[in-house]
Ligand binder design. Structure first.
Ligand code: NAP
Ligand code: G3H
Length: 471
């Protein structure tokens, strides 16, 4: 059984308390991490605060070297990280390795981009100011709390940690419980990389027990949170003056407007809906399509769903167990509700504990929960709607606003519809997705606030500091 300790001020913490991490495939323990106390967590913030000024004063190129050493440790251990991740969140082994490799690319791009966060220089002459030069540099915000979700244990953690550190902030990082083995292993790798004391701390423990303690510490200057709307809104409501970036859930619609390339649309929709068993914020979570086109699209979707393999992450099955039994019960509840209200199950609706067969549901109507709620599992509802105006209306009636897809060969129509959809991003003729990671990534409405993406993270983790020279 794996055992990893929390990291505070470059010390691995053994306080005698442990949090067991369950392997979703076997439902047996995959390992354990330290369960930190309130005092431990306060110590992590004290260490982050104490080291911040000195870290910020280290010149940029030197900070980059440190982050690069951390990146090199990740690369050296990429197979081990993928193995750990695959065990603790049941993500296919190859996909897990892909996640680690994508993370390394993000760090590389972040380091390059950090060099280009140049100050803004202006004279103010256009406002009548004479004999002035203003130089507005981007400086660190201070201590950043990074909270990541279970579904991307390394990627969505490092996408916060790397920009924070390189810009001179110090970090307290809270991984999701499912994902904590990977998260705490990152602490070990930071030690190997010889990061300066206190700049990177990993606090482990169950969110519902220590979440409030973690988010309410007075030393926090900014919280960068990725996770569910429920917890995100809880953090929002705490109402502190701390800066927030929240990336939350989604209910991304795919609007299919023509039948000119249905095979390709079907490939994109299935890839978008069922990647990592639907446990992606950007998964396509509803298809909006007219009756006429649905009659042709549904069989194409069904054939593709039936080809998805179901099984173990170690065998790289397309569909693997969802994160836990509670999540499987919730997903099953959405399927059952749709069935009871008259929807047609085209395929799936089979379950062995938390292993759920991919389920395609046709004739879903707006009174069914699956039309609105985020299953975070392998379920795709098809909602038949005959006018484009009505499709846009249904797309926008959601409380979520992460992404959407519009499938249509007439680019003018596609753009016109895309402009009317209320989401952070609309993808024309592709599935919804966060990447490429240099793009800004954001949700509106309940899907979040602030913006992620490499450059945007560097900016959001800094603020202006002005220096005005009068001559
Ligand atoms: P979650 O339950 O909200 O957990 C997210 C993180 O918050 C975990 O680290 C969790 O720790 C922690 N947490 C729990 N209670 C807390 C509290 N009271 N205070 C502070 N932190 C607390 O979400 P999840 O199940 O891990 O992830 C799935 C959700 O994330 C989905 O809704 C998905 O759409 C969303 N998501 C969004 C994006 C995006 O970029 N928009 C990306 C990925 C995922 P514990 O695990 O210990 O509870
Ligand atoms: O789960 C949420 C992630 O931000 C989605 O990333 O579109 O690359 O899967 P992805």
């Amino acid at each position: 059984m794996r055992e990893f300790k929390a990291l505070i001020n470059n010390e691995l913490i053994d306080n005698g308390q442990w949090l067991e991490i369950i392997d979703p495939t076997t439902l047996q323990p995959a390992g354990r991490v330290t369960a930190l106390s309130a005092q431990d967590i306060d110590n992590a913030y004290k260490a982050a605060r104490a080291s911040q000024k000195a870290w910020e004063e280290v010149e940029l190129l030197k900070r980059m070297e440190y982050v690069k050493s951390f990146r090199n440790e990740i690369e050296k251990n990429k197979n081990e990280i993928a193995q750990i991740m695959s065990e603790e969140i049941a993500k296919g082994l190859k996909e897990s390795l892909g996640e680690v490799e994508r993370t390394i690319e993000i760090i590389d791009y972040t380091l390059e981009e950090a060099k280009r966060i140049d100050p803004l220089a202006m004279t103010g002459e256009g406002m009548g100011a004479k004999n002035k030069i203003g130089i507005f540099s981007r400086v660190a915000k201070g201590v950043i709390l990074a909270i990541s979700p279970f579904n991307y244990p390394i990627n969505l953690a490092v996408a916060k940690i790397a920009p924070a550190l390189v810009m001179g902030n110090t970090v307290v990082f809270k991984p999701a419980t499912a994902g904590s083995l990977t998260g705490a292993f990152l602490g070990q790798l930071a030690l190997n990389a010889k990061l300066p004391k206190g700049i990177f701390n990993v606090v482990t423990g169950r969110g519902r027990e220590i979440g409030d303690i973690i988010t309410s510490n007075k030393e926090i200057d900014m919280i960068s949170f990725t996770g569910s709307v429920g917890i995100g809104n809880q953090i929002r409501k705490q109402g502190s003056s701390t800066d927030l970036v929240l990336e939350l859930g989604g209910k991304d619609p795919a609007l299919v407007l023509d039948d000119k390339n249905l095979e390709k649309y079907a490939d994109e929709i299935i890839g978008g809906a069922f990647g990592y068993s639907g446990q992606r914020c950007t998964a396509i979570k509803r298809v909006l399509v007219s009756d006429e086109i649905a009659d042709k699209l549904s069989p194409l979707l069904k054939a593709r769903v039936e080809k998805l393999t179901v099984g173990k992450p170690s065998e790289n099955a397309n569909i693997t167990p969802v994160i836990d039994l509670k999540s499987a019960d919730f997903i099953q509840g959405l399927i059952d509700d749709a069935k009871e209200k008259g929807a047609t199950i085209l395929t799936g609706d089979k379950r062995e504990q938390n292993l759920m067969w991919p389920t395609l549901i046709d004739n879903v109507t707006v009174d069914m929960k699956v039309a609105w709620e985020e299953p975070f599992g392998p379920v795709l509802p098809i909602i038949r709607i005959n006018s484009v105006e009505e499709m846009i209306k249904i797309a926008n009636e959601s409380n979520f606003g992460l992404q959407a897809s519009v499938f249509c060969q007439d680019i003018s129509t596609a753009i016109s519809v895309a402009k009317q959809i209320e989401t952070g991003t609309v993808n024309i003729n592709s599935k919804s997705q966060r990447g490429p990671d240099c793009f800004p990534f954001l949700g509106i409405k309940d899907s979040g606030e602030g913006v992620q993406g490499i450059r945007e993270a560097l900016l959001s983790m800094t603020r202006y500091k002005g220096l005005v020279i009068n001559y």
